[in-house]
Write a protein that binds this ligand. Structure first.
Ligand code: GLN
Length: 287
C-alpha cells in the first residue's frame, strides 16, 4: 500500500472517486489540470496509470477534489470552460456557462443567417459566452453585450481580448444600459430561478444575481420583454433562455407585448429551454 504522500495515478483517481464521490471523468480532468496537461489528454492518464505522483502534486489534486466535492463548479477550479468551441476563462465573478445555453446561440445564428452585418445584443452577458460565440461565428455581426456587474464585464472583456473578438461591452441594468441603438436580434440568458427554489442551495458558488429572479423567477424576463420592443428593429427577434417550467409563461408574456411567431427550442436534455418571438414588422406604426 502506498503512503498518502506517494500514490500512483490509478490509485489517486480511485481515491478521488471513493473519498470525494467524484465522477471518474471529473477526477481525470482535475488531475490533468494539476499536471498541466490538456483536458482531452485522458489517454495519457491511462497509459501512465502506474506513474507515481509526488507529494505536492497529490496534495494539489486532493485540494481540487475537495473543492469539487463542496459543489464548486469544475470551471472555477480549472479557471476555464469550453463553450461553443471557445475556451473561456471563468471564475466566481460570473455564471459558469452551461452547454444548454448553446441552444440559444444556435437559434440566434439561425435567425440571423440571411442578414448581412446584423446588429445583435446579449443581455446579462456574464463571461461573455453568448456574445463571443456569436461574434466568433459571424465576424460581420456588430455584437454588443450588457451586464449590470462591472466584475462580469472585466471577465468578458478579458475573454474577448484573449480570443481576438470584437464586442461592445456596456454596463447597466438590462436595456437601460443604452438608449439610442436599435437591434436586429436581442438574446439573453437572464437569471430565472425562483428565489425560494431549493435548487439554489446547490449553486452557492455562483453569483446569486446571475441565478435568482424574484418569487416566480420571471422578474428579469418580464423587464426584458417589456423593454425590448423599443430597442428592436421591426421584424427583429428576441430570444430568451428560461427555466424548465417557464416556457408557457414566457410565451404569454411575449404575446402580450405584441411579439409574433412566438416559438420554442429544446435544450440537450429535451427540455423546452428557450422561447422567442419576432417584433411585428408593423410594430413601429401600431405602437
Ligand atoms: N440553467 C441554470 C441552472 O438551472 C441557471 C442559469 C440561469 O439562471 N440563467 O442551473
Amino acid at each position: 500500500m502506498n503512503s498518502q504522500s506517494n500514490q500512483r495515478i490509478a490509485e489517486a483517481l480511485r481515491t478521488a472517486a471513493q473519498q470525494h464521490s467524484l465522477e471518474r471523468l471529473e477526477a481525470q480532468w482535475l488531475l490533468l489540470y494539476i499536471l498541466g496537461r490538456p483536458a482531452h489528454d485522458r489517454t495519457w492518464l491511462l497509459t501512465h496509470d502506474t506513474d507515481t505522483l509526488d507529494a505536492a502534486t497529490l496534495a494539489a489534486f486532493t485540494a481540487c477534489c475537495q473543492r469539487r466535492a463542496n459543489g464548486e463548479p469544475l470551471a472555477y477550479i480549472t479557471g476555464y470552460k469550453e463553450f461553443f468551441g471557445l475556451n473561456l476563462h471563468v471564475d466566481a465573478r460570473v455564471l459558469d456557462p452551461r452547454a444548454d445555453t448553446e441552444t440559444l446561440v444556435d437559434w440566434g445564428l439561425a435567425v440571423m443567417a440571411d442578414w448581412p452585418r446584423p446588429r445583435v445584443l446579449d443581455l446579462g452577458t456574464g463571461s461573455g459566452a453568448i456574445a463571443l460565440a456569436l461574434a466568433h461565428t459571424r465576424p460581420d455581426a456588430q455584437v454588443s453585450a450588457v451586464d449590470a456587474s462591472g466584475n462580469a464585464l472585466t471577465v468578458a472583456q478579458a475573454n474577448a481580448d484573449r480570443l481576438g473578438l470584437r464586442v461592445q461591452w456596456l454596463r447597466g441594468d438590462w436595456l437601460h444600459a443604452q438608449h439610442t441603438h436599435s437591434y436586429d436580434l436581442i438574446v439573453s440568458n437572464p437569471p430565472y430561478i425562483p428565489s425560494a427554489d431549493p435548487h439554489l442551495a446547490a449553486l452557492t458558488h455562483e453569483p446569486l444575481n446571475a441565478l435568482a429572479s424574484g418569487v416566480d423567477g420571471l422578474d428579469d424576463i418580464r423587464q426584458i420583454i417589456q423593454q425590448a420592443p423599443a430597442h428592436l428593429q421591426p421584424g427583429g427577434w428576441l430570444l430568451l433562455e428560461h427555466g424548465y417550467d417557464q416556457a408557457e409563461a414566457v410565451h404569454s408574456l411575449l404575446v402580450a407585448q405584441g411579439f409574433t411567431a412566438v416559438q420554442h427550442r429544446l435544450d440537450l436534455a429535451g427540455i423546452t429551454r428557450c422561447t422567442g418571438g419576432q417584433l411585428s414588422t408593423a410594430w413601429a406604426t401600431v405602437k
